[in-house]
Design a protein around this ligand. Structure first.
Ligand code: MG
Length: 283
């Protein structure tokens, strides 16, 4: 069953979303060479406490931290620790969430540690982020869930193939083992949102006002396949290629999509794509 929210409930989810946005801002500043992933977790923990919110990651299925820190070939679910020290040239995907009055927010971004990143890494993150926005822009009243999947996959497939200098690497790997999800009174709810179109899945539910989704493409410079390390959490690409992860929680309203975890509600980016974001209920 898909949980449909009232406008008042969406306003609560917006509060949670803004806490997540604050975690993003603080961890982005802290993700510098020499920092450990545990340092970033500590930053996130403090932001949640300062807002009087709760963590939805800590203790989720036994997860031992407040954020996921996924460095380089780690796709998602990396566990912050003391021994992972960020280096110049690394990329890190930070996935964070928060709960306010029982309502959840969840969002992720990829950051560049230090400077001097290869053009293909900058392009990888750009393609992943833009595919997320293409998915968000496809969240229209009357459309179907599959239209979001189609927009994400279509965006990635229309891009020039990744290359190192003149050497083409082949297609981007759209990670298939993980995807987006409904969100509300729990972090992960129905429906599951694929980042590609599967004939087996059908068109999925109709997109109606009150539907809230976490839209989160994960893309690698090589394989779409992943494996989980012995810690039972850390997900890596099977070929060791580096990957990017971007995510926003989005509410569909009568007035269009509201990007709950973006400071401006998605207004600026959606306008570029010809979509009017719903007004911010807290503004
Ligand atoms: Mg998520």
């Amino acid at each position: 069953m898909v949980q449909i929210k009232t406008p008042e409930q969406i306003a609560k989810m917006r509060e949670a979303g803004l806490v997540v946005a604050a975690i993003h801002a603080a961890t982005r500043e802290a993700a510098v060479p020499g920092a450990t992933t545990r340092d970033l977790d500590e930053v996130a923990r403090k932001v949640i406490a300062d807002h009087g919110a709760k963590s939805n990651f800590l203790g989720y299925g036994g997860f031992p931290a407040t954020i996921c820190t996924s460095v380089n070939e780690v796709v998602v679910h990396g566990i912050p620790d003391d021994k992972t020290v960020l280096k110049d040239g690394d990329i890190i995907s930070i996935d964070a969430g928060a709960i306010v009055d029982g309502w959840h927010g969840d969002a992720a971004y990829t950051a560049f540690v230090g400077s001097g990143h290869a053009p293909e890494l900058i392009e990888l993150s750009r393609v992943t982020e833009e595919s997320m926005w293409a998915g968000i822009a496809a969240m229209r009243l009357g459309a179907r869930l599959v239209d979001i999947s189609k927009a994400i996959e279509g965006y990635i497939k229309r891009q020039p193939r990744p290359a190192v200098g003149d050497h083409s690497l082949g297609r981007y790997g759209i990670i298939e083992d993980y995807g987006g999800h409904g969100i509300g009174t729990e972090m992960h709810m129905d429906p599951h949102l694929l980042n590609y179109v599967s004939r087996k899945r059908g068109k999925g539910p109709k997109l109606v006002p009150g539907l809230c989704l976490a839209i989160e493409p994960m893309v690698s410079l090589g394989t779409p396949r992943t494996e989980v390390l012995a810690d039972d959490w850390t997900v890596i690409t099977t070929d060791g290629t580096w990957s990017s992860h971007w995510e926003h929680s989005v509410a569909l309203t009568e007035e269009g999509p509201l990007v709950l975890t973006a400071v401006d509600g998605g207004k600026a980016k959606l306008a570029e794509l010809g979509v009017t974001a719903a007004p911010d209920p807290l503004a």
